[in-house]
Design a protein around this ligand. Structure first.
Ligand code: CDP
Length: 229
């Protein structure tokens, strides 16, 4: 059977990773969360003091990037793929608000993007990858056989993220999350380097009123059509 790459892009918190994981699972492909990579770099920069309040210490970025390595491993205890930063499991920490507040700022930095895109392209070389992010169909895999662009109503997205975080025991307010999503959407769509943009040849899913099963069936249908063609 032909192996393809699937690029899934869209706004923050509109269920990209849920769909990407389900597709990867069904097709026996590798799921890669590119946002987790930007989050891991952000965590590293916060720890190293490279992000300090509003300041970013530009002169320290090269060295920091050369020191860090990001990897994923399958954790049999949680049944999930988790993020490693220099071999430390940072899966929970990278989802915290401190990282969310700073990640889009880090994702603006050209050197950061060049480094991460390089890693992502190597990961996709053998095909059979489902990757979600902001610039996968436009920039990381412009030749991906299937591109999907996801969106959903802002209030619905905020409510979903709120439930996801409070379930994990985080103390956040819905207002805080709404503000963070609006802020990241703005930064992600207006940045100079690889902004969030719908690829011309992308299929669009607005899942405001779709169940997870409905969106999965749509995406699987497109995938199988391409794989069988
Ligand atoms: O989970 P959520 O949808 O909130 O975001 P994410 O996928 O974890 O991505 C976090 C942030 O990383 C985004 O808001 C973007 O600023 C950045 N990002 C990016 O610039 N390019 C990507 N391919 C993926 C994420």
């Amino acid at each position: 059977l032909k192996k393809i790459n699937i690029a899934l892009d869209g706004f923050s918190s509109c269920g990209k990773s849920t769909l990407a994981k389900a597709l990867a699972n069904k097709l026996e492909y590798t799921y890669i969360d590119s946002g987790a990579m930007y989050r891991a770099v952000t965590l590293y920069f916060l720890r190293k003091g490279i992000i300090d309040g509003d300041d970013v210490q530009e002169d320290k970025i090269d060295e920091a990037l050369s020191e860090l390595w990001i990897d994923f491993f399958y954790n049999p205890e949680t049944g999930k793929s988790e993020t490693l930063l220099n071999e430390e499991n940072v899966e929970n920490e990278i989802r915290e608000m401190e990282v969310s507040r700073n990640v889009s700022r880090v994702a603006l930095i050209k050197k950061v993007r060049t480094r991460l895109i390089g890693i992502q392209q190597i990961q996709g070389q053998a095909k059979g990858v489902v990757m979600d992010g902001r610039d996968i169909g436009t920039n990381v895999f412009p030749d991906a056989e299937l591109k999907i662009f996801m969106t959903a109503d802002t209030d619905v997205r905020a409510q979903r993220r709120f439930e996801e975080l409070t379930k994990k025991g985080a103390s956040v307010t819905l207002e805080e999350i709404k503000a963070n999503l609006a802020d990241r959407d703005h930064q992600d769509t207006t940045r100079a380097e690889n902004p969030l943009l719908q690829a011309e040849d992308a299929y669009v899913i607005d899942n405001t009123n779709l169940t997870q099963e409905q969106q999965f069936e749509m995406a699987l249908g497109w995938s199988m059509e391409i794989i069988n063609s």
